[in-house]
Design a protein. Structure first.
Length: 612
């Protein structure tokens, strides 16, 4: 959620820290700040609001120094304000600065203890207790910040990703991880720390991902990592393959629309090297389970949150259709605390774009605790979920900056379609039927280009919806999850209330909402249940409702029943969700644009939800 950037090296830290924060703006935040060290003193600048407000402050009051830490905050304890913004300062003489992602659950007890010892607090946050605890330890050993942090950490209950600096130890940045991501960037004469590799991609491709219980000490020329139980360790060095310009707008008005338009390539990259035409199937390199082991599986459970949960629902329909395997889709936040009955032939998948979603990570750990093979579908290489899963599948979607997920959803649905094909071919699915799925998947990128070409029509439709206060999204079978996702996109970025339902469920309650001012968006490409959907649309028209439909090109019957008809190419049902979701994404985007909303950074939301 919050963003962390740290730097120590040969250059001025402040511009590097601010640039890193800008690259993390997609995560969602309400304030920003930094601390640098110059002339053996801490210099702190922090402001509520966007990073640009911090930049304006730095123009008036620069923060010199070649070592520092910075942060974008998403409020958990105390509202957005200058004093609650990070960094927080600890010690009776302001010796330590700390930035923190996560939640300290025992902060109230620690605050009382520290106040009794004479420490004063300037904020309402849980983070400030960390700064004072470290400062107290540093006072016992005034030149060893690394040791002071390690002594303070056992007092903390909860989760943290920390970056710490002190004027007593110029040139040092200390990082610590427990449940909240941190990555070290390894440079020449400089080292960096961040909560996301995107922040440091322009500076280095060599990274080391910290694991829970690890503390790192960075200087310009060296670094060392200690584990709380194992002592000093030698980390694995990875290379990140994201290009720095992958998170630039590149002439697009917003990241969201850029990422929507990238989806033909997203699907192509997710399929690359995985389709096997000669065998009518797909293949994955990272499942770490043999065909024999997978044939033993009698039940699949998906655990996910938000958009990933919707993608998993599409996977449920596809796997049950192609592989005849029973599938359950669980909210990760519920699954982790339920005592769900799982037998020894249950395979658990978790889905997360970031690979750091706290609830999804908790679900993964609970499934592993029960001894079930647990696989992950993630986008971020080296993420915590990717490291802890028994195996998995990378999306290869590249960085997704817009808070409202678009191309990650398409990448997840692509991977799940290939997974359904693979599991189906291990069971009863014929070569001919498998090859038909391969053919369809290979045709999707070109079909998506045709959908994107209809954007002017979608923009016109948005003008009819921009003043609505509520909307219903309706779909049957594979398109019910698409309806959920379309409704989520609209509410996330336009703040219009929207709900998704199975089309047949409309008459069991939601139809009471239908009137001229409540658009009903039907996802209704031609398929086995098409005629029934047309009947449901008639029910809406009989109540003077406005009908927006997404349907197959040339479907005159659907177009005649619709106030707005948004066409998609005629494709097999198994790939229709990949096409049908794009008009809904663009519709939400253009509605939000017309309403003047902050599309890439919608209020109250965060991209990577690393707290419960």
């Amino acid at each position: 959620m919050c963003g962390i950037v740290g730097y120590t090296g040969m250059h001025e830290a402040s511009p590097i820290l601010v640039a890193g924060l800008r690259r993390l703006e997609y995560r969602g935040y309400d304030s920003a700040g930094l601390a640098t060290i110059a002339s053996d003193r801490l210099i702190v600048r922090k402001r509520a609001g966007r990073v640009r407000v911090l930049e304006e402050s730095l123009e008036q009051e620069p923060a010199p120094g070649s070592c520092g830490i910075s942060h974008t905050r998403w409020a958990t304890h105390g509202p957005a304000s200058d004093r609650n913004a990070h960094p927080h300062i600890g010690g009776r003489n302001a010796e330590v600065a700390v930035v923190h992602n996560g939640v300290i659950e025992n902060h109230s007890a620690l605050r009382r203890e520290l106040e009794a010892e004479g420490y004063t607090f300037a904020s309402q946050t849980d983070t400030e207790v960390i700064a004072h605890l470290i400062a107290r330890e540093l006072a016992r050993d005034g030149n060893n910040l690394f040791a002071a942090v390690q002594r303070a950490l056992p007092r903390l209950e909860g989760t943290y990703g920390l970056a710490v600096v002190s004027a007593k130890c110029p040139g040092e940045v200390i990082g610590a991880k427990l449940g909240s991501p941190l990555v070290v960037g390894l440079g020449e004469g400089e080292h960096l720390l961040a909560s996301d590799p995107v922040a440091i991609a322009p500076h280095t491709a060599r990274v080391a991902f910290l694991q829970d219980g690890e503390v790192v000490r960075l200087t310009p020329d060296d670094f060392e990592i200690h584990h709380r139980e194992r002592g000093e360790i030698t980390p694995r060095i990875d290379r990140i393959d994201w290009k720095p310009d992958a998170v630039e707008l590149g002439g697009h008005a917003h990241y969201m629309v850029k990422e929507i338009r990238e989806q033909p390539d997203t699907v192509l990259d997710a399929c690359r090297g995985r389709l096997r035409r000669a065998e009518g199937t797909s293949r994955f390199g990272g499942l770490n389970m043999s065909a024999r082991q997978l044939r033993r599986v009698r039940r699949v459970v998906f655990a996910a949150c938000g958009t990933s949960w919707h993608a998993a629902l599409v996977g449920e329909y596809l796997i049950e259709r192609l592989a005849h395997l029973p599938v359950e889709v669980e909210y990760a936040s519920e699954f982790r605390y339920r005592n769900a009955p799982l037998d020894d032939r249950t395979l658990v998948f978790v889905l997360s774009q970031s690979g750091e979603t706290a609830d999804t990570l908790g679900a993964l750990r609970e499934a592993k605790r029960q001894g079930h093979p647990t696989l992950a579908i993630v986008n971020t290489v080296g993420s915590t979920i990717a490291r802890e899963a028994d195996g998995g599948i990378y999306l290869h979607a590249g960085p997704e900056v817009g808070v409202a997920s678009t191309k990650a959803f398409s990448a997840q649905v692509t991977v799940l379609t290939l997974l359904a094909l693979y599991l189906g071919r291990l069971r009863h699915l014929s070569f001919t039927d498998g090859l038909a799925v391969v053919d369809a998947m290979e045709a999707v990128p070109a079909a998506l280009q045709r959908v994107l070409a209809t954007e002017p029509q979608i923009e016109a439709a948005a003008a009819r919806m921009a003043q609505a206060k509520s909307a219903l999204y309706l779909g049957r079978d594979l398109h019910f999850p698409v309806a959920l996702e379309g409704a989520l996109k609209l509410k996330e970025i336009s703040y219009i209330h929207a709900e998704g339902y199975p089309t047949a469920e409309m008459k069991h309650g939601p139809i009471a909402l239908v009137d001229r001012d409540t658009p009903c968006v039907f996802i209704a490409p031609k398929g086995s249940l098409h005629a029934k959907t047309l009947s449901n649309i008639e029910e809406v028209r009989a109540r003077h409702g406005t009908v927006v439909s997404v349907g197959t090109e040339g479907d005159e019957a659907l177009a005649a029943l619709s106030d707005v008809f948004l066409p998609i190419p005629d494709m097999p049902e198994v790939v229709q969700p990949l096409l049908a979701v794009v008009p809904l994404q663009l519709l939400a985007y253009h509605v939000a644009r017309l309403r003047g909303c902050d599309i890439d950074k919608p209020r109250n939301l965060a991209k990577s939800v690393t707290v419960e």
